[in-house]
Design a protein around this ligand. Structure first.
Ligand code: HH2
Length: 283
């Protein structure tokens, strides 16, 4: 087992201070069709304004994406993703020092985003493309490795695991070690169980129930539950914007288990949740 991650993570393009506990990553989808905020921030000026609002609300990272990965979604060509995200990243990078992550599995998109000022790569395919691992190593940026079963188009068709926690953990550890072997130091690697990506309600609940096993690996852990469908299934809440309190339960438990970052839409509310949780824990 590894040691607990250091409190301040520094790299050439940014830093993250974990000394007060769990940090909040704000979601900024520059897409017409994301499950929760699709179409709201396709206009670059509106997206930048929303990003800055999330910074003011306490976001420690802004996660910019140009492609929806909701269940059933189809991929968007790299050129189109670049056209959506680059102006937004440039605008945000000019106006805030908060690190910006690019949510992509495409090398071309990641390269353009890093050029525009992004400082973290968030990859839902856990660097399946080794070119992306090389790029992250050369750019010396942290990476988020997320677990997914299948692709967004197919992932929710009867996902099956014998031991979901063990299998997801095994996959992420294997990818994290491969990423370290490609030259990215362990403290810059975040692992993420990929809530809702090829998982049933029961799978999502098991992964959250045993999230401490992910934390025990010593890698930083990132969890993205915000407004997701499983919360709707548990609460009967529709539309996704009505799932804030359900999200809060997952955020409090994640923070209490030692998760480093929660990826959320409702930044101000979830910042309060992690603050109070952290204070109770004494961090
Ligand atoms: N979830 C989504 C997208 N990217 N990245 C990480 N690391 N972890 C996640 O859980 C995660 C993610 C899906 O949520 P959202 O971006 O709100 O929706 P959409 O994919 O429809 O744009």
């Amino acid at each position: 087992m590894k040691t607990v991650p250091d409190h301040v993570l520094r790299w050439p393009k940014g830093e993250l201070d974990f000394s007060a506990g769990c940090l909040v990553m704000g979601v900024l989808n520059v897409t017409p069709d994301s499950f929760s905020d699709g179409g709201q921030f396709l206009d670059a000026e509106r997206a930048i304004a929303h990003g800055l609002e999330m910074v003011a609300d306490g976001a420690a990272i802004i996660d910019v994406g140009g492609e929806s990965t909701r269940p059933g979604s189809e991929s968007v060509p790299p050129g189109e993703q670049i056209g959506r995200v680059v102006p937004v990243i440039e605008g945000l990078a000019r106006q805030t020092n908060v690190p910006i992550s690019i949510d992509t599995c495409d090398v071309e998109v990641a390269q353009a985003a890093l050029g525009a000022g992004a400082a973290i790569i968030n990859d839902i395919t856990a660097l399946a493309d080794e070119g992306l691992a090389r790029l992250a190593g050369e750019a010396e940026v942290p990476v988020v490795l997320m677990h997914m079963r299948g692709t967004p188009a197919t992932m929710q068709s009867e996902p099956h695991y014998d031991d979901v926690v063990g299998e997801v953990l095994h996959f992420l550890l294997e990818r994290a070690r491969r990423t370290e072997a490609s030259g990215i130091p362990s403290e810059r690697i975040f692992i993420d169980p990929g809530i809702g990506f090829g998982k049933t309600l029961a799978h999502n609940l098991s992964l959250l129930r045993y999230i401490d096993r992910f934390v025990a690996t010593g890698y930083h852990v990132l969890v993205g539950t915000s407004r997701k469908r499983f919360i709707g299934a548990l609460t009967g809440r529709e539309p996704p914007q009505d799932r804030v309190f359900g999200t809060a339960a997952t955020v409090a438990l994640s923070a209490a288990a030692g998760v480093s970052v929660v990826r959320v839409h409702d930044v101000g509310a979830m910042r309060d949740v992690v603050r109070v949780t952290g204070a109770i824990l004494g961090s």
